[in-house]
Design a protein around this ligand. Structure first.
Ligand SMILES: [Zn+2]
Length: 265
């Protein structure tokens, strides 16, 4: 096990050991320059990844691997490698997977948002407080969103408080749904009242609060099954059925399986 994982509190160290043993992988810890330069993401302390050869790594963007970052990134790896949960990718013609530096609005950003509904809960089991960094992160996220949206001619021309039924048709699908997911994450996991009311006011002033709360309820009934969540979101976005695919990782067999969202595994 990597020395920086060895140093972690027992529950986190045990999870790292379990992933390495059960999935037959080695978790590398690699120091890296930040991958993204946009907004908050430039300041993220860590990230993680897995490639098609089942090589997995935790990337750290400064010298330290804190228990919060270790628990967070291991919770992502646990989902893919122990729980057998697939990653959701959109085809690039619908939503780009990677842009050179910008992360918000990409397929990876979207997938990460979905996983966080589980990762934040798992961090609590591992003895770290997910709200510690989250209050700040989501606070900045809402400030960014508000600033970005306020700048667009579209939203500037929409009087706040009006019920704009066609508003989301004018936003990119990912922008529309991403904002809704941010609201759901804030509502579920952020405990700073200022951040919570910023999110609620933002959605309410744009006539999006009812649809966001409805999405939150639909997430409740699908979050246990990534395929169901993916199907629900694709319907929500009114995108064609073959818009996205799911990628499953099998560590011991060293295989990666890609299936369409409407195909059975
Ligand atoms: Zn994450």
């Amino acid at each position: 096990m990597h020395a920086l994982l060895e140093k972690q509190p027992i529950a986190i160290r045990e999870l790292a050991a379990r992933i390495e043993t059960e999935a037959k992988v080695t978790i590398e810890v690699v120091r890296s320059a930040p991958l993204h330069t946009d907004g908050n993401f430039a300041k993220a302390p860590a990230g993680c990844g897995i490639d098609d050869n089942l090589r997995c790594a935790i990337l750290i963007f400064n010298d330290e691997l804190t228990p919060e970052s270790a628990a967070h990134e291991l919770a992502h790896l646990e989902r893919w490698l122990i729980d057998g949960v697939p990653r959701l990718f959109f085809k690039p013609e619908f939503i780009p997977n990677i842009q050179p530096t910008e992360y918000a609005g990409t397929s990876l950003w979207f997938e990460n948002r979905l996983e966080h509904f589980h990762v934040f809960r798992r961090m609590k089991d591992l003895g770290v407080d997910p709200t510690k960094g989250l209050n700040v992160e989501m606070g900045k996220q809402w400030a960014d969103i508000t600033a970005k949206f306020a700048k667009t001619a579209l939203l500037a021309s929409v009087p706040t408080g009006s019920n704009t039924a066609n508003l989301h048709e004018n936003l990119t699908p990912i922008g529309y749904l991403g904002t809704h997911l941010d609201y759901c994450i804030t509502r579920r996991f952020v405990d700073d009242p200022a951040v919570r009311s910023c999110a609620t006011d933002f959605m309410e002033n744009r006539g999006l609060l009812i649809s966001a709360r409805a999405l939150d309820r639909r997430l409740n009934s699908t979050l246990h099954d990534k395929k169901e969540t993916a199907r629900m979101l694709i319907r929500e976005l009114r995108l064609p059925r073959d818009t996205a695919y799911l990628k499953y990782f099998n560590g011991p067999a060293k295989t990666v399986k890609v299936v369409k969202v409407w195909q059975s595994v």
